[in-house]
Design a protein around this ligand. Sequence first.
Ligand code: SF4
Length: 321
Amino acid sequence: MSEGFPARPEPPLVLAISECLLGTEVRYDGSGAKISFPHRVLSELFEYRGICPEVAVGMGVPREPIRLADIDGVIRAVEVSDPAGDFTKPLRHYGERVALELGDVAGYVFMNGSPSCGLHGVKVYPYQLGKLSGAPDRSGRGIHAGAIVARLPQLPVEEGLRLHDVVLRENFICRTFAYAHWRNLCSEGLNQVNLMAFHDRYRYLLMAHSTEHLQQAGRWIANLKDTIDTNRNGYLPILMAGLKRTASRSGHASVLTHLQCYLKRDLDGPARRELAASITGYRRGEQPLQAPLALLKLHLGHRPDDYLRYQTYLDPYPEVA
Ligand code: SF4
């Protein structure tokens, strides 16, 4: 099954990142924001490409701060001190240009809350007749981030601060490696055989995150026939949307139960019971996921099974020291 199949890329993958998250002093007040990103954990997996759209469009450091403003129903990035200072167009155009240059990146981490780089919940201030007319809501997305996401909807994206959360961080890392692996597959030539092999590898990972998307992917492949060239982008949106969902305890337990079946005939009674008890313990919240996973991997080490060996569920991204 692995013969000639493109390998998942090894670290470091290239990650685009808001430049201030690297600690570079490019914010409006000349500061950086290194603390808003978990460097120690991610630096072994990624090589960073810092991007500061506000500096890139010539706003300088230090500069007048900007905010998102709702002016006659249109969201703009304007100077806080004077809404006539409108940077919406240059920021959007720069984002569209950058998106064309991100062919080698596996993900993009944005600075939260920024009118340029914020991904979710950026404050939007209402304006009427050129004046602030009320309290902000948190419905906005930074202009640069919006341009990137619109051009590259499948690129894994996240905010730096959220990556301090271990569940969100693991989810993001997993998506970046899957995305990079898919890109490798496409660059080596996508055909029905290697698409099926790719899906086989991601089947249980996708099941853990979303059975709904696993079914969608199965239907998409079943309807593929010989239209692979025109439909080549149909699989990735399903995979990315599914992996974006956080894997639940019941999702993991269901996958573990499936994987256990592959080993059943090779295990003696006590080993089978120990594995089953460990999965049940995990399902009930009495054991960490690592317990049944470690047992599965241990048995797999003694009785290699080609199908299981390549399951990305068991190894969603490379381990680093
Ligand atoms: S949030 Fe974006 S625009 Fe603002 S300083 Fe950081 S990289 Fe530059």
